[in-house]
Design a protein around this ligand. Structure first.
Ligand code: MN3
Length: 202
């Protein structure tokens, strides 16, 4: 079945004032839709057309040469954004707790240190990309990727990701990516991060 943009799990203005309504409309309805449309077009008629997007991204080397880049970018865009909407919530913010908090403290020293690392990776990503908390099979790590490259293609499980493409913040934060990342923590859906952390078998 062709991919579809999942509905937002909250209303477009729900993340105000941190993420503005117009950005959410453009980001979800236009940008995410464009990735889905292009991914479906590229995969149509191939053996990968009906595969879960995770499986496609874990097997990019098997995608036909003439389609690999467009699939990497657009199936990646679909997967990353489908998660991104769920990593935010109008009830978000605050602090992680439970096993996730213990693991963040153990891996990074403190939640504050962890946030600083995610911010540094996001600010340091030249051009478009993402900053991530991943489980890399042995433990937690913060990594960045360019474009729509997803950690899942490198055998890592993304537990949390912040989109640092200009389309994610430019209307409200203009060129000031660090302010966007600082504000973004106010909408982070920690229970969703915990759920993925526990599912990663940590
Ligand atoms: Mn985006």
């Amino acid at each position: 079945m062709a991919y579809e943009v999942p509905p937002l799990p909250y209303d477009y203005p729900a993340l105000e004032p941190y993420i503005d309504e117009e950005t959410m409309h453009l980001h979800h309805d236009k940008h995410h839709q464009a990735y889905v449309t292009a991914a479906n077009k590229a995969l149509e008629g191939t053996e990968w057309a009906d595969k879960p997007v995770e499986e496609v991204l874990q097997n990019l080397q098997s995608i036909p040469d003439d389609k690999r880049n467009v699939v990497r970018n657009n199936a990646g865009g679909h997967y990353n954004h489908s998660l991104f909407w769920e990593w935010m919530s109008p009830a978000g913010g605050g602090e992680p707790d439970g096993a996730l908090r213990e693991a963040l403290d153990a891996a990074f020293g403190s939640v504050e240190d962890f946030k600083a690392k995610v911010k540094a990776a996001g600010v340091g990503q030249f051009g478009s990309g993402w900053s991530w908390l991943v489980h890399d099979g042995s433990g937690l790590a913060v990594v960045s990727t360019p474009n729509q490259d997803s950690p899942i293609s490198d055998g890592k499980t993304p537990l949390l990701g912040v989109d640092v493409w200009e389309h994610a913040y430019y209307l409200k934060y203009h060129n000031v990516r660090p302010d966007y990342i600082d504000a973004w923590w106010n909408v982070v859906n920690w229970p969703k991060v915990s759920e993925r952390f526990e599912a990663a078998g940590s």
